[in-house]
Write a protein that binds this ligand. Structure first.
Ligand SMILES: [Zn+2]
Ligand SMILES: [Zn+2]
Length: 194
């Protein structure tokens, strides 16, 4: 099955809510990544063979999720908060993984590609559609050691925090002085109870 770029872009723009350069970039990155790791049917036959790590939570992330079918809820999309426009595509069957980074230079090339298009965003979109993979991205083979606790499927463990009493799944607890704590109680939470 070959990837239909226009269909995938239309789908991702619909899911994301608008068409933007991030959608074009995310769809292009996904097609490149999936093809290189030997996945041609990510939403069907091979839906259990794939994990994607995204390193940023911006527009392109939605496109990557839309094309690959990988989601947080299925544990097939892993969000790693690096603030980088990059993603790693891992084939669980072969253990082959490719990390792809969007090139900073691509922005400048895109700006100059269609000078007659006045709308900057539209010009960028059109340029990202036609630029070569090598102009948009760099990529490298990587090895990803995925923990059993991070795999899709039923949770392996479920424990209770000894301070707040809330349940913690998937090995996310911390041990301190022989007691089990949740991350919030152990390392501090992102919220403050008022
Ligand atoms: Zn967007
Ligand atoms: Zn707790």
């Amino acid at each position: 099955m070959a990837y239909n770029f226009e269909h995938l872009l239309a789908d991702s723009a619909r899911v994301h809510g608008h068409l933007c350069p991030g959608q074009v970039l995310g769809v292009r990155m996904s097609i490149l990544g999936l093809t290189k790791i030997g996945i041609d049917d990510p939403r069907g036959r091979q839906r259990k063979d794939l994990i994607v790590y995204v390193e940023i939570d911006r527009c392109a992330t939605d496109a990557i999720s839309s094309v690959t079918g990988c989601t947080l809820g299925h544990r097939t999309l892993k969000y790693v908060d690096y603030g980088k426009m990059a993603a790693t595509f891992l084939n669980l069957k072969t253990n082959y993984a490719l990390r792809i980074v969007a090139l900073e230079e691509a922005r400048q090339i895109a700006k100059n590609r269609f000078p007659h298009i006045e709308d900057q965003m539209q010009a960028q979109c059109e340029a990202y559609k036609v630029m070569a993979d090598e102009e948009l991205f760099s990529w490298t083979e990587v090895s990803v050691g995925i923990r059993q606790d991070d795999m899709p499927g039923r949770p392996l463990r479920r424990v209770v925090c000894s301070r707040c009493g809330e349940h913690v799944q998937d090995g996310r607890e911390c041990m301190d002085d022989g007691s089990i704590f949740c991350v919030a109680c152990c390392k501090g939470a992102y919220y403050t109870v008022i």
